[in-house]
Design a protein around this ligand. Structure first.
Ligand SMILES: [Mg+2]
Length: 408
């Protein structure tokens, strides 16, 4: 079964998505997500100009060999563009292999280890009233775990919550807005640190001790600030504190770990198991946040999560709306199969997105399931996709109150 062609598909049903479609000489197709938020066309070129021509004529069944061929064969290793491109090829080939086998992909990964994958949603509100409404809406939708993001007194806009004067009280949810230049937001870490524990206290008082609560610090704290926040949040029993410090400095997690028992999650901007060697080897984290889409595909994520399992570290795969339904479906097959599953981030895609990507996965009783269609269970509607042409879009940039560029 040879690869006949590999096509790169770009569409923007509410936000930009890049998809790789591999077709075999006997007409079987497989899909892989190649979406890198705000840098989409770099992956398009990497795939179209440098990868697709190399795939033609290769055996579609040789997934491991193709992964190594693209990773080692490029000489230049790792990086988000490279690893997103490799991930798209890897997932498309797993999709093809499972379709040929006539099985949902999770069966080829060892079969189901659980009935479904516990999902968490994004509850947010600029003030407590709006936040509580959002939590109630998520509970009504069936969510059994929620991430809490809220406004900070003195700041007009905060990550995970829309501006109060702009597009509404919260993002539901896409922070990358179509525009030629990124928007800019102001940030004050001390104001945030003073305010956040009072939010968690109020949420626990309103919703009780059972509901798993998560929070994302978006890489904005120094190690000692993160340690202070972790300690301050201990009474509220977080499921995890995410991305508390800049991810490229794994040693920063040592002082955080020494000072707090709040569980830590990191890794959504990582793209390789190499990025985790210190974090996993020293047991500095509790959850691995990478997405299949950005970390080299199912082949690479399975290796990473097997490594993490030796240290009782669990999965918490990235699942914002810039992971396409193809990337989400791939994650759900792995979530169902691995032993050390923790939780799955699940922001619902827009109706327009789901017109282009026809999915078989389900969300019921707080659990996601990938469905039982052969392959990963996603079809791409090219006619629908053609109605949504690419638009440049960027994530915001963050500045401190004195104008210094900060981590967004
Ligand atoms: Mg995050």
């Amino acid at each position: 079964m040879k690869i006949a062609h590999a096509d790169v598909l770009v569409t923007s049903p509410g936000r930009n998505f890049v998809t790789l479609r591999i077709t075999t000489d006997d007409g079987v197709t497989g899909l892989g997500d190649a979406t890198l938020n705000g840098r989409e066309l770099a992956v398009v070129s990497y795939l179209r100009d440098h990868v697709a021509p190399l795939l033609v004529g290769r055996d579609a069944h040789q997934i491991e060999d193709t992964w190594q061929y693209l990773y080692r064969g490029a000489y230049w290793r790792r990086g988000p563009v490279t690893m997103t491109a490799i991930a798209a090829v890897d997932v498309a080939l797993w999709d093809i292999k499972a379709k040929v086998a006539g099985l949902p992909l999770y069966q080829l990964l060892g079969g189901a280890s659980r009935t479904g994958a516990l999902a968490y949603g994004h509850a947010s509100g600029f003030d407590l009233e709006a936040l509580f409404d959002s939590i109630r809406e998520h509970l009504a939708l069936g969510y059994r775990a929620v991430r809490i993001q809220t406004g900070v007194p003195g700041l007009d806009q905060v990550y995970g919550v829309a501006t109060s004067t702009g597009i509404g009280q919260r993002y539901d949810y896409e922070p990358a807005q179509p525009r030629a230049y990124p928007s800019e937001e102001e940030w004050d870490t001390r104001a945030y640190l003073r305010h956040l524990p009072s939010v968690f206290e109020a949420v626990r008082n309103e919703f009780g001790p059972e509901l798993p609560l998560l929070h994302d610090g978006h890489h904005r704290m120094t190690p000692i600030q993160a340690a202070q926040l972790g300690k301050a949040l201990e009474p509220y029993d977080l499921f995890w504190l995410e991305d508390c410090t800049p991810a490229e400095n794994p040693e920063a997690l040592r002082p955080v770990r020494q000072h707090t028992t709040t569980p830590l999650a990191i890794g959504e901007i990582f793209n390789s198991v190499v990025d985790y060697r210190t974090l996993i080897g020293e047991q500095l984290i509790d959850y691995v946040r990478s997405a299949i889409t950005h970390a080299g595909g199912i082949t690479a994520m399975r290796r990473l999560l097997d490594f993490a399992a030796q240290y009782q570290i669990k999965s918490g795969m990235h699942g914002p709306t810039d992971v396409s339904p193809v990337g989400m479906a791939a994650a759900l097959h792995l979530d169902l199969a691995i032993h050390n599953f923790g939780i799955q981030e699940y922001m619902r895609h827009s109706p327009a997105t789901l017109e282009v990507f026809r999915t078989s996965y389900t969300f019921s009783g707080g659990l996601l399931h990938p469905g039982n269609n052969p392959g990963i269970g996603v079809d791409y509607d090219e006619d629908a996709a053609a109605r949504f042409p690419y638009e440049p879009a960027y994530l915001p940039v963050s500045r401190l109150t004195d104008g210094t560029v900060h981590d967004w």
